[in-house]
Every structure is written in C-alpha cells, then in structure tokens.
Ligand binder design. Structure first.
Ligand code: OAD
Length: 243
C-alpha cells in the first residue's frame, strides 16, 4: 500500500488515470465481466461488432438505446468526484476512460478521452460525424437520422465495437508515455489496447497504481494495488495523495 508521505509530490506531477466499468458500478451501471455483467446476458458477437450491426441492427440499436436511456437514471459516485478533485489539484492530469457513460463529466472532470466512444452521441454511418442526441425523442426504439447530410442517413451508436480502432489513441499514448503516475481504476485488464497501457507507463518509468474490486488479469504489472470498491477507497487515496 502507498503511504501518504510517499505520494506527497503528486501535486507537482503529471498524472494519467485510466478508468473502466468498475468506477461506475456503484452508480448502478453494470460492468461487463462481473457476475450478472452485460456480457453474461448478451454475446459480444450479437451486439458489439460491425458484423452484428450489419446482420441485426434492430437488436444492436435496442441494446444501446437501453443503455442511453439508463444515463438519465444514474448519478456520478464518490470515485468520479474524487477524480475531479485530483484533476483540480495536480499540475498535469489526463483522464482516459473505457466507459461510454457520461459520469466522469457529470462528476466534474473535464477533457475526458473516451477511447471506446460515448453513449450521448451518435455517428452518421456515411459521414462518420458525431452528434449529441439525448432529447426525449432520441431515446426511443426507432432508428434516427443524421443532421449532417443533405439526404439524412441512419445514425449508429457512437461506440467502438470489437474489431474497430479505439478513439484518441495518439493523445492517449502521448499522455501515458510522459506521465509520472499511471492509475487504473475499475478495469478487468482483458481488453487491449487499454489493458496494455500499464506496460507502456512502466517502460517509461511511471509509478503504476491500481484501484480495483478484485485482482485483474494484468495485476502483476502494477507497482501498487488497492483492492476494494473505488467509491470507498479512492476519496481517501486522493486526500492522501494531495496532502
Ligand atoms: P469489466 O467488466 O471487464 O471489468 C470491471 C472491473 O471492475 C472488474 O475487474 C471488477 O472487479 C471491477 N469492479 C467492479 N466493481 C467495482 C467497484 N465498485 N470499484 C472498483 N472496481 C470494481 O470492465 P472493463 O475492464 O471496463 O468495451 O471492460 C473493458 C471493455 O470491455 C469495455 O470498455 C467494453 C467491454 O467489452 C467495449 O464495449 C468496446
């Protein structure tokens, strides 16, 4: 475990955080691989690949519309709020998230890199432009059309599916290669390239820290590990790091 004194230099440091589904679990957003997680009731091949969208767009659309509607029912938790405090107080701070919810932003974080896309936005299938579509009429079961083309085209979920390239990779690698502390919160370490960012941070000399409910697939890569619920552990850790 880290001691408060050891981390006292964090305010003058460059900190990169990578979050995963576990940070939103205490807000009531289901994770993917825990018991009862999303991938227990849905096959990735059916709802989270470009082929699934081609074969059965209604199924895929309904899966993500349900998750988009859920955004209206959930609130950021103490872990999201603790990260916004960390952002306010350290010199350089970058938040990378695998999450497609908007709880980091609503918890006060700015400049969040959503490497697996976002639920609040949808993407034109033809122009690939994103648009925010969260009004009541945007959350029903029918497909929606874009506002960017002269002949409006169908919108797809603005989600990075398996087999697609994660977003913002250039900025993400740049931040990870140059940080002093790399902190992962609530991720099982199964999905690459996100799960491999800790290796890059290690090879560039950063201190690597994990906050997770249980031991993830890539646990051996971290210098320090804190096991437990992020909403309980992280606020205290942030206070220690900043004092
Ligand atoms: P997972 O569902 O794979 O892992 C969630 C992790 O969070 C697990 O290791 C849990 O132990 C941990 N956890 C659960 N509750 C927690 C809590 N309260 N506090 C701290 N940790 C907790 O989710 P991710 O690793 O984010 O991608 O999954 C990565 C990607 O796989 C997702 O972005 C998604 C998915 O397929 C796409 O859809 C492209």
């Amino acid at each position: 475990m880290i001691s408060p004194n050891h981390m006292a230099s964090m305010p003058v440091s460059s900190v990169v955080v990578l979050s995963g589904a576990g940070i939103s679990a205490e807000s009531g957003v289901g994770t993917f691989r825990d018991n009862g997680g999303l991938w227990e009731n849905h096959r990735i091949e059916d709802v989270a690949t470009p082929t699934a969208w081609q074969k059965n767009p209604e199924l895929v659309w309904n899966f993500y519309q349900t998750r988009r509607r859920q955004l209206l029912e959930v609130e950021p938790n103490l872990a999201h709020i603790a990260l916004s405090k960390l952002e306010d107080d350290v010199k350089e701070f970058t938040l990378i998230t695998q999450n497609v919810d908007d709880l980091h932003e609503r918890g006060g974080s700015t400049n969040v890199f959503h490497m697996h896309g976002r639920l609040r936005t949808l993407r034109c299938e033809i122009s690939q432009k994103h648009e925010e579509r969260m009004k009541k009429d945007d959350l029903g079961d029918d497909f929606l059309l874009c506002n960017c083309c002269v002949e409006p085209n169908r919108l797809r979920p603005d989600i990075v599916w398996f087999g697609e390239m994660p977003m913002h990779l250039e900025e993400i690698y740049e931040a990870v290669e140059n940080c002093d502390y790399f902190i992962v919160i609530g991720s099982s370490g199964h999905v690459y390239p996100a799960a491999g960012l800790v290796n890059i941070a290690n090879s560039c000399g950063a201190k690597t820290i994990l906050v997770n409910f249980d031991s993830p697939a890539n646990a051996s890569e971290f210098d320090e590990i804190h096991l437990g619920k992020a909403g309980k552990i992280l606020p205290n850790l942030v206070n220690d790091w900043l004092n």
